[in-house]
Design a protein around this ligand. Sequence first.
Ligand SMILES: Nc1nc2c(ncn2[C@@H]2O[C@H](COP(=O)(O)OP(=O)(O)OP(=O)(O)O)[C@@H](O)[C@H]2O)c(=O)[nH]1
Length: 935
Amino acid sequence: MATKTVKELAKDSNITTDVLLKQLKDAGLPTRGEDDSVSTDEQATLVAFLKQSHGQAQKTRIGMTQKTTTTKKITTTTGKAQNINVVRAKKKQFDIQKPDLSAEKAKAQAEREAEQAKAIAALEAKQNEERAKQEAAKRQEATLAAMRANSGGANGGESKPSASVVVKKAKKDEADKDDSVVSSSVVKKGTVAKSDVKSDKKETKTDKAKKQPAKPAKSETEEERQARLAREAEEQKLREIEAENRRRAAIDAQNRTLEQMKQMANRYSEKDEVPSAVVRKDEPLAAGLVGAALEESFEKERREIKRGTSSTSSRAKGGKKKGKEELEIRPKSRGLKSSQASKHKFEMPVEKIIHNVEVGEGIVVSDLAQKMAVKVREVIKSLMKMGEMVREGDIIDQTTAALVIEEFGHNFIAVSDTQLEDDLQEAATEKQGNVQTRPPVVTIMGHVDHGKTSLLDKIRETKVASGEAGGITQHIGAYHVGTDRGVITFLDTPGHAAFTAMRSRGAQATDIVVIVVAADDGVMPQTEEAIDHARAAGTPIIIAMNKMDKDTTDPERVLNELSVKEIITDAWGGDTSLVKVSAKTGMGIDELLETISIQAEIMELTAPVDGAAQGVVIESRLDKGRGAVASLLVKKGTLKQGDLVLAGEFYGKVRAMTDENGERIKSAGPSIPVEILGLPDAPMAGSEFLVVSDEKKAREVADFRIARERERLLERQNKMRLENMFANMGSEAKTLNLILKTDVRGSLEALLSALDELSTDEVKVRVISSGVGAITESDVILAESSEAVLLGFNVRADNAGKRKADEAGLDIRYYSVIYGLIDDVKAAMSGMLAPEHREKILGIAEVREVFRSSKFGAAAGCMVQEGAIYRNKPIRVLRDDKVIFTGQLQSLRRYKDDVNEVKAGMECGLAVKGYEVAAGDKIEVFEIHEVARTL
Ligand SMILES: Nc1nc2c(ncn2[C@@H]2O[C@H](COP(=O)(O)OP(=O)(O)OP(=O)(O)O)[C@@H](O)[C@H]2O)c(=O)[nH]1
């Protein structure tokens, strides 16, 4: 209410000045003119007077408020769903019966009352408007204060209403006036402490009381009125002081908070420190609204990070929304939540850790990165700076690794690759003594159906089964027989696959190779392969000419063919023993065994008998009932039941031990095969085994072997690339091993003589195996074990060969021009294998059917088996894995459409320009691209 002139007041009240002047007079206020002013106090007195004198008349209508409360679910700006109570208040007016007055009196009275009611209503409306303004301002102030003043009650806030209550109060007042109000009682669990609630309630009541204007008593004298006014003025002043104090406190709190936030921000940006969890412990803001606001900002940020929106822009938005959100903020502890939220934003401080990086003779680049805890690409980058172009899976040597480790600031520690094993070996060997002659270990190899199995069975039958009548023989991968000249052990998995598999793992289990050649069939491809394998291993060969009982034998032819393979037998005055046998009749078996024994004697095979056993794993498998079953061949010492065995990558105690007849045995000496139970898993055939005393050591070595095995495989794959052959050759005798397969004998001979001429004093070219036909699995195995490069001239690897080469990571090089092959070998010999043009096979399609059409001639219906067939790339036609035509496609179709490309798994029709393909042929699409020489 402001001071107004009589005129203004009359206008505001919608009455004439005369009426107002009369009312003022009636109210006992001094007489005045139209332009004289009416003070606020006078206005209040006038209102009180009018109310008092016309109170009865006012009561002819009474107002009642009807309230309905409903709960609404809303989503706040922070994205939380919350329930709020919505209170709808409806005011209704009811008429009450008027007192019975005479008509005249009533009319006059009614007129007067109407005028006065009008004036009162106008004045009240004005007062309400002003009060509403004041309260809105107050509310705003209170809200601001509430948000910041409660920063842990640092400013002596204990007697002040808590933030929520302030907010509540403001809202409550509003609710009292508004017709429809959303109450502030946001439904939340466990928010305000009980004591707070109590004091808040009290406070709210007092506040309310204070706010209501004191009603003048009916018989208030002038003196009393003055006193009341003075009291009211005093109260008003106090309220203002209180509000001012609150405002100041709020500003102080806000400043403090800003300061703390600044400090925190500085700390994080400097050190990446862990935030709130630590700050909260010793700073008061954790419990307060500011803490909650801060936490809310973290939460918001976290959500935005999830959503991928910009944090800066959203922070700005958040600032704007703050005012609204205050209604939902309660002073509750959210320490845990906050610390969780902060985890998303901040990370633990990471101090650089210096690693001790142990490196053996070489290390795989990715392993090195892992040991230093850095990204592989960082290591590759650093190596590139040193001029080393490497890939993730490449192996670098110890010196290079040392440089990289130092560059990354870690400690390089050189270790011997075999240190751990050497220690174990040394410990085992120390106890070994009593060196004695040991039985020879023999492998039987030869061409398919030449009688390997029959021979092994016959030997076993005559020498074992007869002696151990009733014994159930079982296949454990080896058996031993007793002869007059001593024991002989046979590895009873015939064929070179097993032999080579062992050798490729570095285990030289076989002392002597018996090559079986059927006297009626002669030297066949696998006989040649067997010879190659034995030679590559440097193992003495004995020829068993089998099936001598047959009429169709032709020993001379066999001897002749053997000589072509440079096997000159003793029958022809050579140094290779030959024994004529019959696996069917048993003829020559004893002589064969005797020859083996003599050979063994010449070799002077000895081994220590006492002490911890060492040897090789011949076979292993997982048995459903018994677990891992491993066949071991003891090479040194004696294996006993209960020994702790480390075999390949596994170790365990020997629970049970049996011989090849299924008999339980307690110990096994050199060259004796046994089957053991007790390992946790099946070790690879060809792995070495060792008896150890220390389980800890066994575990260490097992771990080391796993890592080394991986390295070995990668190393071998690298080594066996033709590009790397030169670098990998030893410094003294450099030999380039090759395995050559060609389409026809003519090209084989031409290539062999051309390759023969390439040998120089420094570098020898050695074709360890060659032949006509596809590259087979056996070729790949041989290449793997003898570190040879596989070369195919107009031939390809068959499926098994391809699979094996992929497994072993071997590179097979295909050629179709003799000079191309010779040039590559020459380049490899000089270490100058320059970037070259190499073929890449893009796709293979198999011809299923050939159709004839008058328009296109012969068209082949094909199925694309690998990659894709391209219309415009060069092609080859393969028949039985041999190249029979090279050229290009005339057409490529999918149904009736000409297409440029057909992918694997799809059918297509094609025609080859200038060549008629047949069903079963393969169409190979290739391209020639330049390959940079890699290390
Ligand atoms: N007449 C005669 N037949 C024999 C002799 N040795 C083996 N055979 C027969 O030749 C065939 C092949 O014998 P295997 O022992 O299975 O030959 P393998 O070399 O082990 O054959 P793969 O296991 O397929 O490599 C069988 O039918 C045998 O009976 C022999 O000395 N004389």
